[in-house]
Write a protein that binds this ligand. Sequence first.
Ligand code: ADP
Ligand code: MG
Length: 253
Amino acid sequence: MSELLQVNGLSVRFSGLTALDDVTFTLEEGAVRAVIGPNGAGKSTLFNAISGYVTPTSGTVHLKGQELTKLTPHEIAEQGVRRTFQNGGLFPALTVLENVLTGLHAQIEGSFLDILLGRSKALKSEAENIHRARELLKLMSMDHMADTRAGDLSGGQQRIVEIVRTVASDPPVLLLDEPAVGLSPVARAQMMEIIHRLAGEKGVGILLIEHAVELVMAAADRILVMAAGARIAEGTPDEIREDRAVLEAYLGH
Ligand code: ADP
Ligand code: MG
């Protein structure tokens, strides 16, 4: 699997507090990497530092070898590292399909050279966009909802459509900060299944913050465990389950 994201020695300090302490890991194409740890462990700060919303004190982030560290959030999204927000907000009066299309329309237009060479995604026809949006909804088992108003969906379905909208423009990397929080156990399991398929079938590299450890164990290929800003363990779900430091520091055994 080819490496997408390389996070190297990333640290963030907020006036004296080390919120993120020298964190290093990689994310491969088609992989789901979970980030777990107690409240205040620095998980959201890690996401904010990767996506440009906070400036790292030290360390680097690369996407396919290209440095992202000093770019703005907009530029980082343009490079292909996308995230959803807790209150991303679908347009409730628009249908599911129309909401997904807004994700395609909002995709960043190519450079002038791209446009000259016919490479701009912005030049795609609307028929192509609709075809693409429907395919993606089908992949996520949401095609039967295409013509439903987004406002009429359950909370869990809305989260899924938000993710579909975010990945509509084919970003190589997706960051999801607690996408299943507040959902019913059934909807949470569905969300994890969707994430798993997005990686497996679309090859998206997914970084996932999630509290429910059992869900993470089922959905993730590798897990990064954080406490007090630092990485305390890293490995496959099986390795993490057996890790004494994790059991003591995080799971409270
Ligand atoms: P988590 O997402 O794992 O719960 P956070 O990354 O939100 O943890 O927070 C890590 C630490 O950094 C916490 O102590 C938090 O209070 C602090 N922190 C987060 N963001 C800021 C900020 N913008 N300014 C100051 N301190 C912050
Ligand atoms: Mg958080």
